[in-house]
Design a binder for this molecule. Structure first.
Ligand SMILES: *Cc1c(COP(=O)(O)O)cnc(C)c1O
Length: 716
């Protein structure tokens, strides 16, 4: 069942099918198709074909259905789409024919597939979205399970004084590529979850991402009491109590939704601890079918994969036992005598006393556990050593699979076309072949530089459009219009910094020595500018203060309009930033960045990374594909570490980055700079994209889980 768009002329009637499958968003021809369909609507809807098809005029549709170039593109996109959905000759079908019937279910509290489906906050969601897309590209039998938050995550506005304000918008369902999940018998899929002493119902929505389907739970339905209708309204919007209830609905409800849809996964992947109650529901199901607690646990463990995402202790959900007792009351009926054992699975002392810790629960109930970079693997092994008593830290069964980004999503159209021209169109099939990418070295400097400038221009056009919108519609002050980037210079070396604002990421580190920075920014003939973006979590007051520090600089004449803060960071803004800046800055307090992915997005677009050697960069930096900030200090004295790191950052900018960028030949081409640009693409594309990552998940986690679950079985 596809959403219907009644006015579509027969010749292009399947535009609706294309618009309703987010596959279009990472397929270059389909993207081009919708851009050409109506460029004004394309821009005004922030690239939302569902919304475009609702608004487009009949005249335009009739006209374009006779446009030969458009029709050729349409036929190609449609053909590619059908091939992607069928995927007879996919990587999976060629390499895992024996596992053809094994479905992998991926549970995540957020999915960032596209800005038209705003059910994500940041990096965790982007990874989940990129995961689904890669699974589709590789032809894997993969389903995602999450929440449909009718109010999504908040929108950010910044006051004249730099204070973040949060607003929520009610989603217009008609503008999203969602549709009700339907049972094989044609009825609407709704599941019930025991919560406390009551039953909560969740409607299930379905989203298509190529071969992959996503099932999203939504408690905002009539069957529920008013307070329960709001349970799934917002992502990360409530207190601990609400959060726990959401996680119970996600875990228990998610398992029930798959069952109701007739899907029987072989592998259950928990993306972060939020989804760990999945294992409880599964243990419970097996006990009901007659298994003992131990054999149910052994079977569930064998078939569960868990990925942990942060070394920051506060990033791991932990709840007081009484709260878990209260909200799980309805489940105990089924678990009976096993309730104590279940509670013990979550027990963990993270330094604040023993609580019910979702990460501990996931680690004890998953045989396959991984961190998201090599360094994060080491840190995770030391954080959770106590969960494996008697096992030496190095021997803990916690693997490391470094994150990657989905190349077809994150590569700029300009860059993709350049690759088509100089590497051959097969580059999309050879993403994870390191030798193939040596061909990047043969791209003529002039062509690469022209593309880099075009990408930069696109960024400044978007920043200006947003500034104009704020100026005319929101009537912001002159200082605010400057802060948002009005005075930026489209030819100056542009440093990008965009991510969640929180203390350990040190967003204001570059301002540590204001005079030294001002000298760098305003050097005659070698100007430098910085564009910031990012939201602070609504409850992170400290993060908001860091944001304010940055914003005040952006509106301070002392910085000459060369510092900007672009508000309401989302996937849409992220695309332009990672394409259009010249350098991508990341300066977390090591080792608190688990992986980081925005630097990967930037690098594959020829925007070299300037970063602390934390997360992925600890293994990604080659010596010539970007720059490593190393102040040589570590430990608990933050002031000392920050001073040293800021010093190292300034030195790199003064002695390497800026001089190299402005070292031009007679044709104004920065040849030495372009060597770094090429190295960034050549080294990051094969190693830090989801193609390599997903194959590693299959080899190291999914295949062993499929095999182990078969071996362990449920024999009592
Ligand atoms: C990539 C991305 C992130 C994550 O970036 P990090 O470098 O991992 O912090 C967050 N938000 C958006 C919108 C992104 O596109």
């Amino acid at each position: 069942m596809t959403a219907s768009f009644p006015g579509l002329p027969d010749r292009i009637k399947d535009l609706g099918e294309l618009a309703s499958d987010l596959w279009w968003s990472w397929h270059y021809r389909a993207r081009d198709l919708f851009r050409r369909l109506d460029y004004t609507l394309w821009r005004s809807t922030a690239h939302n074909p569902v919304s475009m098809l609702r608004q487009i005029s009949q005249e335009r549709l009739d006209a374009i259905s006779h446009d030969r170039a458009f029709l050729a593109l349409y036929d190609d996109a449609l053909r590619d789409h059908r091939a992607a959905r069928a995927s007879h000759d996919s990587w999976w079908s060629q390499t895992h024919a024996d596992a053809a019937k094994s479905t992998i279910a991926y549970f995540s509290a957020e999915f960032a597939l596209h800005q038209s489906l705003p059910i994500y906050a940041g990096g965790l969601g982007v990874l989940a979205g990129d995961f689904c897309k890669e699974a589709s590209d590789l032809g894997m039998p993969f389903v995602g399970v999450g929440f449909m938050y009718p109010q999504g995550y908040f929108h950010q506005r910044v006051t004249a004084d730099g204070w973040q304000e949060e607003t929520y918008e009610i989603l217009n369902w008609n503008d999203t590529p969602t549709r009700p999940a339907i049972h094989p018998d044609g009825s609407r899929c709704i599941v019930s979850v025991p919560l406390g002493t009551r039953t909560v119902h969740a409607a299930v929505w379905q989203v298509r991402a190529g071969k992959v389907r996503l099932f999203l739970l939504d408690t905002d339905i009539e069957e529920n009491a008013p307070w329960d209708r709001g349970l799934s309204a917002r992502l990360y919007g409530g207190n601990q109590d609400l959060r726990l209830q959401q996680e119970i609905v996600l875990g228990l409800g998610g398992v029930r939704a798959l069952k109701a849809m007739g899907i029987e996964p072989s592998v259950w992947h928990l993306n972060e601890g939020h989804a760990a109650f999945v294992t409880l529901q599964r243990i419970w199901d097996h006990i009901e079918q007659g298994a003992s607690f131990d054999s149910a646990l052994a079977y569930v463990r064998a078939s569960t994969v868990f990925t942990t995402h942060t070394p920051v202790p506060a990033g791991h959900d932990a709840f007081p036992f009484p709260l878990v007792e209260t909200h799980m009351a309805g489940a105990w009926g089924g678990l009976g005598e096993h309730r104590e054992r279940f509670m013990a699975l979550g027990a963990h002392d993270n330094g604040m006393g023993t609580q019910f810790n979702m990460t501990a629960l996931a680690m004890r109930t998953a045989a396959g556990v991984n961190a998201v970079s090599q360094l994060h693997g080491e840190v995770t092994r030391s954080m959770f050593t106590s969960l494996w008593p008697g096992t030496p830290r190095e021997a803990l069964p916690i693997k490391a699979v470094t994150n990657g980004v989905h190349a077809n999503t994150w590569i700029a159209a300009h860059m993709g076309k350049l690759f088509d021209q100089f590497l051959g169109t097969e580059w999309r099939a050879r993403i994870d072949e390191p030798e193939f990418w040596d061909r990047v070295l043969d791209i003529p400097d002039e062509d690469l530089w022209n593309v880099r400038m075009a990408m930069r221009n696109d960024l400044f056009r978007v920043i200006r459009d947003r500034a104009r919108e704020r100026w005319t519609t929101d009537r912001v002050s002159g200082a605010q219009a400057v802060a948002i980037g009005t005075l930026l210079d489209p030819t100056a070396l542009t440093i990008g910094f965009a991510r969640r604002f929180t203390a350990y990421k040190r967003p204001d580190l570059i301002f540590r020595n204001p005079a030294r920075l001002a000298a760098i920014l305003s050097a005659l003939r070698r100007p430098v500018q910085i564009v910031f973006a990012g939201k602070a979590h609504p409850a992170d007051e400290d993060g908001k203060r860091h944001l304010q520090q940055v914003y005040r600089r952006a509106s301070d004449p002392a910085y000459g309009g060369r510092v900007a803060f672009v508000d309401d960071y989302d996937l849409h803004v992220a695309q332009y930033l990672v394409h259009g800046c010249d350098v991508w800055l990341n300066n977390p307090r090591k080792p608190l960045e688990a992986s980081g992915t925005s630097g990967m997005k930037a690098s594959i677009n020829g925007v070299p990374h300037l970063s602390i050697g934390d997360g992925w960069w600890a293994e990604g930096f080659s010596g010539s594909n970007g720059w490593l900030i190393d102040g040589g200090r570590s430990g608990g004295n933050h002031d000392e570490v920050d001073d040293a790191d800021a010093d190292a950052l300034y030195a790199l900018l003064e002695q390497q980055v800026v001089p190299m960028f402005y070292d031009r030949d007679a044709h104004d081409v920065p040849r030495v700079w372009l060597r770094t640009v090429k190295e960034a693409i050549r080294t990051v594309m094969p190693m830090f994209t989801t193609r390599r990552m997903m194959k590693q998940y299959v080899d190291e986690l999914y295949s062993p889980a499929i095999a182990a679950a078969t071996r362990v079985g449920l024999g009592d």
